[in-house]
Design a binder for this molecule. Structure first.
Ligand SMILES: O=C(O)c1ccccc1NCC(=O)[C@H](O)[C@H](O)COP(=O)(O)O
Length: 380
């Protein structure tokens, strides 16, 4: 079994025998497993074709792709049924389907980012195949306790724990800071009480990089690091870990349920925390159906329209706060926080952590801006 998984470049840690279906698949699978979908168990298989394709393309299949291969449905059909409006363009598909719809135009910025990310990830994978990035992740510096850092900071300060973001530019605001030295900014954040640091790694739309992540990790900064990426492929999680990330963002508006489920398991196998980001009730409900969710981010910014509205956090917490508390899930209030009143507002709504970029990064002294944001100095 393990050699087959290895042959198809499937990680034994994530596709362990325990995850396999107890009953075998009726087709003649080389590897069979059962996945829960909408309350029923779907029997699916890595068929001979799938494994040959994986070997040829050095690909790792996400759960949805397996369902797709078996059902003949496209990933966009599966995603749309879950309320996901972001379409995928050139995700590896059954070879006979061709490579994607070249004539389509993106509907919004998030879709544009995802389409660009598909190209970027396939190029990166061509240079550093999955097996190689998995090996690199094994030699990465040890994982730091992201959840522990947030909990300790919240208990210490009595205000939401700060995840301070290093972001040079954004699609909604353009360049946020000309004089941009990620290590100096990270040190300033840490010295002024940030619990964790978020680092944008997308180059095309945010002028970020994995070099920034790696350099901060090797700089002596001790805060756990969130890789702020647009993850569409588990390869990116291994890559982020290989560069020193302790946590990674998974966006519910982009990832179908089974991808999230699968990627949560990849994170767990690497000891990383997954911050699962939602923007509306439907996404939140999808995420609350998953096992193993520890950290949910409620984004006040619509990634499709850029509209910022902090009452989004309150609205979702009013609707689902009870379930979230019962499950012991920590909530991060994300985006559009500029003043102590903004922080108090989301804290009253029930969040115990905040993710803040623009209001800190645009300040002349991003470290000192932390006390301005909270209305008091944070203890480290
Ligand atoms: O920031 C954007 O313009 C943006 C556009 C499209 C997708 C994602 C985007 N931002 C990512 C984030 O979630 C924010 O960087 C993060 O929550 C911090 O927000 P802010 O404090 O408002 O900079």
């Amino acid at each position: 079994m393990e050699s087959l998984l290895a042959a198809a470049h499937l990680h034994p840690a994530t596709f362990s025998p325990a995850s396999l279906s107890s009953s075998s698949c009726s087709r003649s699978p080389s590897v069979a497993r059962g996945v829960r979908s909408g309350g029923r168990t779907v029997r699916c298989a890595y068929t001979k074709d799938a494994i040959l394709y994986a070997l040829e393309h050095d690909a790792m299949f996400n759960s949805d792709e397996v369902i797709q291969w078996e059902s003949g449905k496209t990933i966009n059909t599966i995603a749309a049924a879950q309320g996901i409006s972001i379409r995928r363009r050139c995700r590896p598909r059954y070879p006979s389907e061709g490579s994607g719809d070249d004539k389509a135009v993106p509907r919004d910025i998030l879709e544009q980012i995802i389409w660009d990310k598909e190209v970027e990830v396939s190029q990166r994978k061509a240079k550093k195949p999955l097996r190689s990035v998995m090996e690199s992740s094994e030699h990465a510096p040890p994982v730091r306790d992201f959840m522990g850092a947030l909990t300790a900071a919240y208990n210490r300060n009595g205000v939401p724990a700060l995840i301070a973001e290093i972001k040079k530019a954004s699609p909604s605001r353009g360049v946020l800071r000309e004089n941009f030295n990620p290590v100096e900014i990270a040190q300033a954040y840490e010295e002024n009480g940030a619990a964790c640091i978020s680092i944008l790694t997308d180059e095309k739309h945010f002028q970020g990089s994995f070099e920034n992540l790696e350099t901060v990790r090797n700089s002596g900064v001790k805060c756990p690091l969130l890789c702020k990426e647009f993850v569409i492929d588990a390869w990116q999680i291994y890559y982020a870990r290989s560069k020193g990330a302790d946590a990674i963002l998974l966006i519910a508006a982009v990832l179908p349920d089974l991808d999230m489920k699968y990627m949560l398991r990849v994170c767990k196998s690497l000891g990383m925390t997954a911050l699962i980001e939602v923007h509306d009730k439907r996404e939140l409900d999808r995420v609350l159906k998953l096992d193993g969710v520890e950290l949910i981010g409620i984004n006040n910014r619509s990634l499709e329209t850029f509209v910022l509205d902090t009452s989004n956090t309150r609205m979702l917490m009013e609707k689902r706060g009870d379930i979230i508390r019962d499950r012991g899930i920590m909530v991060v209030g994300e985006s559009g926080l500029f003043t102590p009143d903004d922080v108090a507002y989301v804290q009253n709504a029930g969040v115990s952590s905040v993710l803040v970029g623009e209001s800190l990064i645009k300040a002349e002294d991003p470290g000192r801006a932390i006390a301005g944001l909270f209305g008091k100095e944070l203890m480290r």
